[in-house]
Design a protein around this ligand. Structure first.
Ligand SMILES: C[S@@+](CC[C@H](N)C(=O)[O-])C[C@H]1O[C@@H](n2cnc3c(N)ncnc32)[C@H](O)[C@@H]1O
Length: 328
């Protein structure tokens, strides 16, 4: 071992407290009510997401893993990356395929994992550190909606991976802002590896977000537990049911928590009483599904040229390799 896994925090002290207060106040007083998905991921939420990735209904992880398994050597030789940066890295489980390929290729020196969840970063870093003693492994707690936190001093070329279909948690307004922020931090020679879930039959999509064992329901309700702990809120998770809906117009899954009765929930840290009608919903996550032409076009508008588009055999999921277009 070459030392401890280092966890860096780039955001100012109090950032997450302020962001949670702002998000929850806005989300619970808005119409319809909503909460951003980043608040799912405390230690328990990150564990539940890992459980979701192993569910029979949740095909995206297996599909993306199979593409990575097939293409990782091609990705390594196309990018020659000396640093792998991963946004929303979570457990970094699939990342091992990329780390191994880039090490076989002989270029990789560093892996920087970036996530909103300090718990997920600590857990993943603790496991990776002894497995990859030759690599400089760092973790950074970031909010990719505010500051991507790409390590600017890391050796280039850098390959930035954004896997798991997390791009789909951003709506049509947030994605261009994300591409612009990323594009502004990339240099010639850097590359983007993007995992995108594809439009398919709702009979496959909906169960992936509403599994028979109820793990996704627990994950969804975890945000209420986070609000209870962090804001002293009085949510009874059993007074809400998890629903997953295919929004055909927007081509996205929407996860919602539906109030089972009329109720008022106190949120003392915000001096707020959130009133719910029976059946009223909180939108807790969107998962946009993509098609090749529009996604390629929005990447081009964001300053990225598509180099490769790979899918799994059943064409459920796509992995894209793109590069920043010079002069943008
Ligand atoms: C759908 S999971 C994907 C995890 C992993 N990349 C995978 O493919 O299995 C989303 C990940 O992004 C992280 N995340 C969510 N919102 C974020 C934000 N605003 N900034 C940084 N990370 C975020 C979560 O903590 C979680 O690890």
């Amino acid at each position: 071992m070459t030392g401890r896994f280092e966890l860096d925090r780039r955001l100012p002290d109090g950032y997450f407290t302020d962001a949670l207060h702002t998000d929850v106040l806005k989300g619970l007083t808005g119409r319809p009510k909503s909460l951003p998905p980043k608040w799912f991921y405390d230690a328990r939420g990150s564990e539940l997401f890992e459980e979701i990735t192993r569910l029979p209904e949740y095909y995206p992880t297996r599909a993306e893993h199979s593409i990575l398994g097939e293409r990782c050597d091609e990705i390594a030789s196309a990018t020659g990356a000396r640093t792998l940066v991963e946004l929303g890295s979570g457990s970094s489980r699939k990342t091992r395929l990329l780390l191994d390929a880039l090490l076989r290729h002989g270029t990789l020196e560093a892996y920087a994992a970036l996530d909103v969840s300090a718990d997920a970063l600590r857990e993943a870093g603790g496991r990776l550190r002894p497995e990859y003693p030759e690599l400089k492994i760092t973790g950074c707690v970031t909010d990719l909606e505010s500051d991507l936190g790409l390590p600017s001093d890391a050796p280039g070329p850098r390959l930035v991976a954004f896997l798991g279909g997390t791009l789909g948690n951003l709506d049509g307004d947030a994605r261009p802002a994300f591409y612009a922020a990323l594009r502004s931090e990339l240099r010639p020679g850097d590359a983007l590896l993007l995992g995108a879930d594809l439009v398919k039959d709702p009979a496959v999509l909906v169960p992936a977000y509403d599994d028979a064992q109820g793990v996704t329901a627990e994950f969804d309700k975890n945000v209420l537990r986070v609000l209870n702990r962090e804001l002293g809120a009085g949510f009874d998770p059993d007074a809400f049911e998890h629903v997953a809906v295919w929004n055909a117009d927007e081509e996205r899954i929407e996860m919602r928590l539906r109030s089972l009765r009329r109720q008022a929930v106190e949120v003392p840290a915000l001096e707020l009483t959130a009133e719910f009608e029976a059946g009223e919903e909180i939108l807790t996550e969107i998962a946009v599904k993509f098609r090749r032409a529009p996604l390629t076009a929005e990447l081009a508008r964001g300053g990225f040229g598509l180099r490769h588009w790979w899918t799994d055999e059943e064409e459920r999921f796509a992995l894209l390799l793109a590069e920043p277009v010079p002069g943008r």
